[in-house]
Ligand binder design. Sequence first.
Ligand code: ADP
Length: 357
Amino acid sequence: MIIVSDLKKSYGDTDVIKNISTTINKGEIITIIGPSGTGKSTFLRCLNLLEHPTSGTIEFEGKNLMDKKTNINEIRKKMGLVFQNFNLFAHMSILDNLCVGQTKLLGISRTEAEKTSFELLKMVGLVEKANAYPDELSGGQKQRVAIARCLSMKPDIMLFDEPTSALDPTMVGEVTSVIKRLARSGMTMVIVTHEMDFAKNVSTKIIYMDEGGIYEEGPPEVIFENPKREKTRAFIKRIKTFLYEVDSEDFDFIELINELGNFCTANALSKSNIYKAQLVTEELSTVLIPNNELRSVRFNFPEDQSSFELNVAYGGENRDVIQKPQSDKLSKSIVKGIASETSHYYSDNENQLIVKW
Ligand code: ADP
């Protein structure tokens, strides 16, 4: 779909992208990760000529974008770009935001555009907001609308420029869920993100960028589990993640607690933090979340162990088991006693409870 050759981009004397050559195939989900300031966003913006490369070539569906004869507006319609800050039209309703591109740029009738818009709003879970205005929506909802609006142009590829970085942490999940759903539909995507778990789960290929170039690329299991090069290794290791996915109703709870303990010990956590991680997991998964609803337990912390985050996913109806009055009082107070902060959100029929300390 896209062939990039010897791409360079400089601002004055600063070479932001030194040399990138890569190929993006139809159906691939490519995630670009790496330290801030290494040119990830610039690279993404070069792909649809929002930034004009200093030299090199970009071929999209057989057309050379650097050729002056190529109609770049036609190309842009086929490349949806989702920004950090949503960029919705504030004076238009959500429905109008979704219809305007279709009627003005694609020449589709208003009736047809509305039909498509409602299908897309359904896909991102926001049909009931069709007549609302952007100001009335949360950040996560705005970003879901922005994604739907991009899709309304029927793009061949979607580019995401840090789609969750302007969001409150509790809203990240609702946006990544929508992107994951799109991934399952076979959409070709390039995503710049700092959400490592998401990158690991959604991608067919990871590009690790450093100092203005592709430093290492490969399938997620290689980049995350066994990166070949030193800087990639250092970057990946900054965030330690433990993930336990429940695969059957009678999963082995002791195994979960044991594996979590082994992970913590291997990463040299203090006894007190190991105890906290295990206790919170135990109280949540056995007491507060009965009925075989537990789906996964994820435990993250940065290498300097400055903060800890335990994320428990469970099914059932929308409910926060920490706030819900009928939940076991003792377990609730144990969890609250450990946590400096807890938050809950519900997205894609899944509850996410995040406990931080
Ligand atoms: P990343 O997405 O990896 O954080 P960016 O692509 O946003 O990196 O930026 C890479 C570098 O290019 C940064 O040092 C940034 O300051 C610089 N840069 C980006 N856009 C411009 C611009 N329009 N003018 C000058 N420098 C820029």
